[in-house]
Design a protein around this ligand. Structure first.
Ligand SMILES: C[S@@+](CC[C@H](N)C(=O)[O-])C[C@H]1O[C@@H](n2cnc3c(N)ncnc32)[C@H](O)[C@@H]1O
Length: 269
């Protein structure tokens, strides 16, 4: 893995983000983005259930087989340990990768994002075990205070999906949700994911295909085009579903954004 260029509050930076890039990045806006992502991903009680659960339900069939990992862990005493490396790209507050870190306590898990503010919150909550408060009273919701956890197999770092700091053939499972339609160069991001996956490693991509760029609509839409791009990079398609519905709540009245997501599970061959 590449060395970090610098650290801020314990978070390694693998990309030198300039003051202008900080200023222009909407995901660095604390009140609008970090508070909202924290509420969506950490405060399930606000919504009665976790709004992104449909993504987990689709993806979990493709997680590493637990019994196999237990066997590998047991074998550690007599042979070398088979390490499972799991990475989420565009992890924001880190809920998905933290779920995997808890499920596979002997794995090494990384959450990578381009927003320092998101990573700071993720680090405080999942690694430092801090208590955080979420104030969405401007949306009619009650204030929440929630206590974090202290996961010791999880790390967070700042990097761009298009230039990942991991070695070739190093990851067993890569996850991302609501990311690829936000990238300046989705193709480069997908090629990077291919480069760092181990042979037979899996990539799970969840995207609402909500591109903000006319050229990207032409290249990656409809889903068959994205499928062909993934095959062209060298992936084998294991599964896909084009109606993973995520209802993102907006306020106490339960106004919602209805996301129709496409999910791909692909394997590096
Ligand atoms: C729409 S949010 C999705 C967050 C989370 N994955 C989810 O499903 O709610 C997009 C996230 O991707 C991150 N992001 C945007 N561009 C990125 C890039 N080039 N590389 C890595 N992360 C990026 C943002 O900072 C933000 O946290």
């Amino acid at each position: 893995m590449k060395s970090a260029i610098t650290h801020r509050r314990g978070i390694p930076f693998f990309y030198k983000k300039t003051a202008l890039e900080f200023q222009q990045d909407v995901y660095e806006r604390y009140d609008e983005m970090v508070v909202r992502q924290s509420a969506l991903h950490l405060a399930d009680e606000l919504w009665a259930s976790y709004p992104f659960q449909p993504i987990f339900d689709f993806a979990e069939k493709y997680y590493p087989v637990e019994t196999l990992q237990q066997v590998e862990t047991l074998q550690c005493s007599v042979s070398s340990k088979t390490e499972i490396n799991i990475l989420e790209i565009g992890c924001s507050i880190g809920r998905w990768i933290a779920t995997l870190a808890k499920r596979y306590p002997t794995s090494t898990c990384w959450g990578i994002d381009y927003s320092y503010q998101m990573l700071k919150r993720a680090n405080e909550y999942w690694i430092e075990g801090k208590e955080i408060s979420i104030d969405l009273t401007n949306k009619g919701l009650p204030k929440q205070t929630i206590k974090g956890e202290t996961l010791n197999n999880l790390k967070f770092g700042l990097a761009k999906a298009e230039n990942l700091p991991f070695d070739d053939n190093s990851q067993d499972l890569i996850l991302n949700s609501f990311l690829i339609d936000r990238l300046e160069n989705p193709m480069q991001g997908l090629q990077e994911m291919y480069r760092i996956l181990k042979p037979n490693g899996k990539l799970i991509v969840i995207t609402p295909l909500n591109f903000n760029n006319a050229a990207h609509w032409k290249i990656y839409y409809p889903p068959i085009q994205l499928s062909n791009i993934l095959k062209g990079i060298g992936f084998e398609i294991l599964d896909w579903k084009d109606d993973i519905i995520v209802n993102e709540p907006l306020d106490f009245h339960k106004n919602m954004v209805h996301w129709k997501c496409l999910g791909f599970v692909v394997k590096k061959v």
